[in-house]
Structures are given as C-alpha cells and as structure tokens.
Design a protein around this ligand. Structure first.
Ligand SMILES: Nc1ncnc2c1ncn2[C@@H]1O[C@H](COP(=O)(O)OP(=O)(O)O)[C@@H](O)[C@H]1O
Ligand SMILES: CC(=O)N[C@@H](CCC(=O)OP(=O)(O)O)C(=O)O
Length: 260
C-alpha cells in the first residue's frame, strides 16, 4: 500500500496571506502523495456580507439558500481554489483544482429537511477514490473545494472537514492514509484560552469528557466527530495541528493525535 497524506486547511489560515503562504510552502515540501481539501467559510461570510446576504450557521453548518450557494460556489470553487492552485504551481506542485463535481469525485445528496432546512447543503454519498487515484498517478496534486454535486446536477455546499474525512476514508481502500486537520491553534486545547495546553492524545472517552465540560466546543465538535469517524473507518492516523506545524506533525509529531 502506498502512503497518502490528506490535509485539510481551514478558513482562518486561508484568510491570512502570510499564514497561507507558510502553510503552502510546508505542504509543497511534504514527501509522497498528498492532496488538499480547503475551507474558506470566513471569506464566504465576508463576501456574502458585501453583497448584503446574511450568514446563518447552525451546528457549524451554513444555511445555504440559492443566493448563498452562488456565493460559496464563486468563493470556494473559484477564488480560493484557484488562488491556492496558482500558488502551489509557483512552488512546483502540479495542483489540479476540483470541486466534487469535477471528475465525479464527490457525489452528495441534498440534506433532507427535518427540524432545520439547511437548503443546498450536501451530505456525501460516494467518493470516486479510483478517479482521485488516477489524478495522483498522473503526478497531479488534487486541491478540493468544499462543493459537491447531486445526481440531479445540483451544486451543494459541504463542510470541508466532512469532505476531508470522507475522501480520506475512501482513499484508505487503496492507500495507507494519514489525515491532518490544520488550523490556527496548536491542536485540541485543554484550555481554549491557553495555546500551550495542547492535548497530545485524544481518545473518544476523553473527547466525551471535555465536550461535556464545555472545554471542547463550537467548530471543534464537528471537526472531531469527522476526525474520529475517519479513524474508525480505515484511516491509519489522524492529527489536528497548527498550520505552521504541518511538517513537524507528519514527520515527528505535533498537535493532537487521535487514538481509538
Ligand atoms: N478545546 C478546543 N481547542 C481548540 N480549539 C477549540 C476548542 N474548542 C473550540 N475550539 C474552536 O474550534 C475552532 C476550529 O473550528 P473551525 O472554526 O470550524 O475551524 P476551521 O475553519 O479550521 O475548520 C477554533 O478556532 C476554536 O475557536
Ligand atoms: C455546509 C457548510 O457549512 N459548508 C462550509 C464549507 C466551508 C468550510 O467548511 O470552511 P472552513 O473549514 O473554513 O470552516 C461553509 O460554507 O462554511
């Protein structure tokens, strides 16, 4: 089995040009097959705001009506994705920017309306890991925007953490996969106000304890739910770390490593 590193980069880093530059240099320097999934929620909210479109988030998911779908398609699939691809080309990484619709890589289904109508939000149904494998074999580095498509031909907004987890799980059929969530903190923290209180190893039991105590909250909850799901479904290693510590996390160890 070949080794593959699946990396997710969050919106707070993408929104900081210097932090993004440092991260992409580290990504470019990683040995072996790799692919990137990016977020960009913060930028979509800023652009929507400029257009007079209000953002509503419920449990870390954006309520996506048609005007908001247009914004996220332009921001994630266009602006953010192509800027990252161009910057990677300058670092000698032959990146190929994709949404889930491209090459039918990530098929989703519009989230059914229960208590909440999320609008055009997609729950992932199928990842075409063979197609992704094909890109990797051509020495292309896939860069995924968090946009999927439905069998009916709709574009759907999908949480980037979920997209990274689903891709990592399906690629684990072919490869020995490490999944790394990079963001602006040093890992999962015992005390969210103290950046040096990193939890080195997190088990499901410990996660439940910290969640009940309120120490782990907000965006970290869906991130960890996705991260544990990957670990339970064939991904060899899952790390949550600072974007500046990507190389260290992969090669030596840094941030928070999940244990089953
Ligand atoms: N215990 C914790 N340790 C680290 N971050 C936490 C913790 N609890 C909540 N958070 C929050 O989770 C956020 C990460 O989730 P999110 O905003 O969805 O990031 P991203 O855009 O990178 O996916 C952090 O910015 C932080 O504010
Ligand atoms: C359905 C849904 O919520 N999609 C996310 C996709 C972007 C994302 O996940 O970006 P970050 O990783 O930067 O938070 C959103 O529109 O905010």
């Amino acid at each position: 089995m070949d080794k593959l590193t699946v990396i997710k980069i969050g919106g707070n880093v993408i929104d900081d040009p210097n932090a993004l530059k440092r991260f992409l240099m580290a990504f470019a320097g990683l040995a072996g097959a790799k692919l990137l999934v990016h977020g960009g929620g913060k930028i979509a909210t800023q652009v929507a705001d400029k257009l007079g479109i209000q953002t509503t988030m419920v449990e870390g998911r954006r309520i996506t009506d048609q005007p908001m779908l247009d914004v996220v398609t332009m921001v994630y699939g266009g602006l953010v994705n192509k800027q990252i691809v161009a910057k990677l080309q300058a670092l000698d990484v032959n990146a190929i920017g994709l949404t889930g619709a491209d090459g039918s890589t990530v098929l989703a289904k519009k989230r059914p309306v229960k208590d909440i109508d999320y609008g055009m939000v997609g729950d992932i149904e199928e990842v075409d890991s063979g197609q992704i494998q094909f890109f990797l074999r051509q020495d292309l580095t896939p860069v995924f925007a968090p946009i999927t498509y439905s069998a009916a031909g709709e574009l759907l907004n999908t949480n980037a953490d979920t997209m990274a987890s689903a891709i990592a799980v399906d690629m684990a059929i072919h490869d020995n996969v490490t999944l790394v969530y990079c963001f602006e903190k040093k890992g999962v923290l015992k005390d969210p106000t103290d950046d040096n209180s990193v939890i080195n190893e997190l088990t499901p039991a410990l996660y439940a304890e910290y969640k009940a105590a309120g120490t782990i909250n907000k965006g970290m909850i869906p991130k960890l739910d996705n991260a544990f799901k990957a670990l339970e479904n064939g991904v060899s290693k899952v790390i949550i770390c600072h974007a500046d510590e990507l190389a260290k996390a992969v090669n030596q160890g840094a941030g928070t490593t999940l244990r089953s």
